[in-house]
Design a protein around this ligand. Structure first.
Ligand code: PLP
Length: 406
């Protein structure tokens, strides 16, 4: 039985006030708050179980390695990957996508080859491909969203031509909340022999994910949005792509032998994990994923669907406010602008005075902003611990903005 009050009680920060008002935290799209179990597990590890991993033969190193390596299996279960060997641990989505760009895409692309992207990608799923455009003459092909913010999977598949080497799409827009039918895109792209990278940074927080059912080649997640610490994350890589990929970072841990004139590499996935990793961060992510799986991804999705519907009704009732994106498949993320001269930053400052934390700006999605004809929006993004009363608090604070700025 999902009990939002019991969930909230597990997040210490939700008890605090901001500007003399109870905190209403609606910036989950940027980063989520952490439950007590994650904070405690990380503290415990630093206090009594910390050492470097994989290297030592002493007790603490073995304990730390067991904790750290145990997370690979948790992530595999969370994403329903076929094996924990399909999971590369990293610091988050940005690192994961850069690794694919440098390690898999760069060696197999030449001038004129194409990468198909949706217009609503986050910069983390754009800039690593721009590197290939700048350095190798790769062409970026953009697929626009429809007027309601939805992305037609067939339009993505139709954009794939004989020179296309990769499709890279988000499963959920961090700006519009639009959900993308990545399973259909994978089926269509694979029929044309083209692999698909899915940016799961937002979707994996809100929905059950099954990478085998989706059929993707790469699926990137980032720990700090999953109620875990920043500096943690992972990417699922299909074994066929894993075999094709070259290491991106070189250093300790990813090698088997290093000589003056030669080097041999560790087996995958370790081959792609150079240097001392975010040990405690990764352990914290494992605890966060256990916590989410205990709450139940279906329960989380159902709770947030209720919040989405409630927020949609309330925000659409404000005739001086424009919600961007109203796709039939949409998560609990709302970007909006207000009539009048107020910039998104002004609005978020007023909301902050009422204790309501939202994000304002271009949300690391400038091509989408350009497509929408905007430079900035305010974004309220909901998580597992938010309530309908917090939607009401947001609307009350927005009404104040309307009075102030109209
Ligand atoms: N992709 C999407 C859709 C995001 O929302 C974000 C974070 O805002 C990222 C990628 C980048 O994640 P990180 O900064 O954790 O690497």
């Amino acid at each position: 039985m999902f009990d939002v009050d019991a969930i909230r009680a597990q997040f210490p920060i939700l008890g605090r006030e901001v500007n003399g008002k109870p905190l209403v935290y609606l910036d989950n799209g940027a980063s989520a708050q952490k439950p007590r179990v994650v904070i405690d597990a990380m503290t415990r590890m630093y206090e009594s179980e910390y050492a470097n991993v994989h290297r030592g033969l002493h007790y603490l190193s073995n304990v730390a390695t067991d904790h750290y390596e145990g997370v690979r299996g948790k992530i595999a279960r969370f994403l329903n990957a076929g094996s924990e060997d399909d999971i590369i641990l990293n610091s988050g989505t940005t690192e994961g996508i850069n690794m694919v760009s440098y390690g898999w895409a760069a060696p197999r692309m030449e001038a004129g080859d194409e990468i198909v992207l949706s217009i609503m990608e986050h910069h983390a799923n754009i800039v690593p491909w721009h590197f290939l455009r700048e350095r190798q003459g790769v062409v970026l092909k953009w697929v626009d969203t429809a007027a309601d913010g939805s992305l037609d999977p067939q339009a993505v598949i139709d954009a794939i031509g004989p020179k296309t080497k990769l499709v890279a799409v988000t499963q959920m827009s961090n700006v519009l909340g639009t959900l993308v039918d990545v399973k259909a895109i994978c089926a269509g792209a694979h029929a044309k022999g083209v692999p698909v990278l899915v940016d799961g940074s937002q979707a994996a927080v809100h929905l059950p994910v099954d990478v085998q059912d989706i059929g993707c080649d790469f699926y990137a997640i980032t720990g700090h949005k999953l109620y875990g610490p920043s500096g943690s994350g992972a990417i699922f890589v299909h074994p066929d792509r894993m075999r094709e990929m070259r290491p991106f970072l070189g250093g300790g841990d990813m090698i088997r032998e290093v000589g003056r004139d030669a080097v041999t590499y560790n087996d995958a996935p370790m081959k792609f994990e150079a240097g001392t990793p975010g040990i405690v961060q990764t352990v914290g992510l494992g605890v966060a994923l256990d916590w989410m799986m205990d709450v139940g991804m279906d329960n989380i999705a159902a709770h947030e669907a209720g919040l989405r519907d409630y927020a949609q009704d309330r925000l659409h009732g404000l005739n001086w406010l424009q919600v961007q994106g109203n796709a039939p498949g949409k998560g609990a993320i709302f970007s909006f602008t207000l009539d009048g001269p107020a910039h998104a930053h002004d609005i978020s400052t007023v909301l902050d005075k009422k204790g309501v934390a939202v994000r304002a700006g271009a949300h690391c999605a400038m091509p989408l902003m350009d497509h929408l004809g905007l430079t900035a929006t305010c974004r309220a993004s909901f998580g597992v611990y938010n309530t309908t009363a917090e939607v009401d608090a947001l609307v009350d604070a927005l009404e104040l903005c309307h009075e102030l700025f109209a």
